[in-house]
Write a protein that binds this ligand. Structure first.
Ligand code: NAD
Length: 481
């Protein structure tokens, strides 16, 4: 078993004030494979103090090109350690190793991209009246907290660390309780990269303790959170009790529509619907959990969809499988309960709905396909976060838009058509932070990512994210004397 018994605070590896450890379970084997410190409110307080000291001290004094060099070095280290980090992520959340490895090999690019912008963040001069000189300065916000979910523990931490640090903030990281190990290993790499003490701090522990203290802490200026909407509400409630006013960016859930018109490249659309419906065992906010298919091609499409989805290989994430287990037991139970809800609602179950018999241990569920789903059903409205796809028929562009927009979420959406004008009309009409035309789940360091409606506030990635991690000071100079 891997024992991690220290938190990373102020550039040092220190004991948690709780003196307690918490277990980390491998969802493929259901065995405890690691232990990390069970951090508490005192640990958060120490981490915030260290982050504030670094913010007002060495990190602020450093030139932008020195900061850039450290970020670049961190990118190199992420690349050198990609296989190692990927193997840990697979143990943490059960994502197949070939996928975590492919993803881990890309994270260096986030560091390089944001290393390149440290010296390009600046204000502007506003010409107005001859006797006044008006300009703006774009400054960091201060101490930022990053609260991370378990489905993308490296990815979503990378998205937050890179922009927060490139814009000159310092950070306190709280990884999810089921996937805390990768964050501690990334903290080790940050030491090698040369970040001054206190710029990055990691406190592992429970959301209700560490997360709650972060939310109410009077000296945290911003919370960058990815997770459930209900947790975001708790964070806002707790933050409302603290004496300061915090900024938030929230990356929350999704119920993404994947809309297929008859004139689309149907093979490509089908492949995407299968791959991005069930990938990561359905545990990604951007997956196409609702597939909207035009009635002209509906019958033929669902036959092929079932055929292809039935070929998905479920199994041990260490092997060449398509999907592994759910990341933890509660998520497995949630998926199973939604399958039951779908059946009770009268949706037609044509594939899966059960657990694979050949796997004796692990939180697995077979790819599950419901067809003839009504847009109002709970399985078509609520985020399941499991390998469950609902197929919904539609007859016109207008109807597709109405169904697509008829949920509380608005994170991502996709449209498959060869008609350029229709593609653009749909992109305009969809209430979604990201729209893909004839592709799916393409997100990179340059593509701003975030939600409309209940899917979130703020953007990560791309130049757009800089706005969410900085604040603007306007300076007016009187030139008349
Ligand atoms: P979660 O909300 O349960 O947990 C996320 C984090 O919040 C964890 O670190 C947890 O410990 C912490 N937390 C829990 N209670 C807290 C509290 N009271 N105060 C402060 N922090 C607390 O979410 P999850 O189960 O880890 O992740 C799944 C959700 O994340 C899904 O809704 C998914 O769609 C969403 N998600 C969104 C994006 C995106 O970019 N929009 C990406 C990935 C996941």
């Amino acid at each position: 078993m891997e024992i991690y018994n220290k938190l990373f605070i102020g550039g040092e590896w220190v004991n948690s004030s709780s003196e307690k450890q918490m277990d980390v379970i491998n969802p493929a084997t259901e065995e405890v494979w690691a232990q990390v410190p069970e951090g508490n409110a005192d640990d958060v307080d120490r981490a915030v103090e260290a982050a504030r000291k670094a913010f007002n001290g060495p990190w602020k004094r450093m030139s932008t090109y020195e900061r850039s060099a450290i970020l670049r070095k961190m990118g190199d280290l992420m690349e050198e350690n990609a296989n190692f980090l990927a193997a840990l992520e697979t143990k943490e959340n059960g994502k197949p190793l070939h996928i975590t490895t492919r993803e881990a090999k890309m994270y260096n690019q986030w560091w390089y991209y944001y290393a390149g912008i440290t010296d390009k963040i600046h204000g502007e001069t506003i010409p107005f009246e001859d006797h006044k000189h008006i300009f703006t300065i774009r400054e960091p916000i201060g101490v930022v907290a990053a609260i991370i979910p378990w489905n993308g523990p490296i990815q979503l931490l990378t998205w937050k660390l890179t922009v927060a640090l490139a814009t000159g903030n310092t950070i306190v990281v709280k990884p999810a309780e089921t996937s805390p190990v990768t964050a501690l290993e990334i903290a080790k790499l940050s030491e090698l990269a040369g970040f001054p003490p206190g710029v990055i701090n990691v406190v592992t522990g429970y959301g209700s303790v560490v997360g709650d203290r972060i939310s109410s802490h009077p000296d945290i200026d911003k919370i960058a959170f990815t997770g459930y909407g209900d947790t975001a509400r708790k964070i806002m409630k707790s933050a409302a009790e603290s004496s300061n006013i915090k900024r938030f960016s929230f990356e929350l859930g999704g119920k993404s529509p994947n809309i297929i018109f008859p004139d689309a490249d149907l093979d490509k659309a089908l492949n995407a619907a299968v791959e991005h419906g069930f990938a990561i065992t359905g545990q990604s906010c951007a997956l196409s959990s609702r597939v909207l298919v035009h009635r002209d091609i509906y019958d033929e499409f669902i036959v092929k969809f079932k055929e292809k989805a039935a070929q998905i290989k479920v199994g041990n994430p260490q092997e060449q499988v398509d999907i592994g287990p759910h990341a933890h037991k509660q998520q497995l139970e949630k998926t199973l309960s939604y399958i039951q809800i779908g059946k009770e609602e009268g949706a037609e179950l044509i594939l899966g709905g059960d657990r694979p018999r050949h796997l004796k241990k692990g939180y697995y569920v077979n790819p599950t396909l419901f067809v003839n789903v009504k847009p109002s059903m709970r399985i078509a409205q609520e985020e399941i976060f499991g390998p469950v796809v609902s197929v919904i028929p539609f007859s016109s562009e207008e109807e597709a838009i109405e169904i697509a927009n008829g949920v509380s979420y608005g994170l991502t959406a996709a449209v498959w058509t060869k008609d350029i004008a229709r593609g653009h009309r749909m992109a305009k009409a969809l209430q979604s932070g990201m729209v893909w035309l004839n592709t799916y789940r393409y997100t990179r360091w340059v593509t701003p990512y975030g939600g409309y409606k209940s899917s979130g506030v703020g953007r990560e990635n791309g130049l757009e994210s800089i706005k969410d991690f900085t604040q603007v000071k306007t300076v007016v100079v009187d030139l008349e004397g």
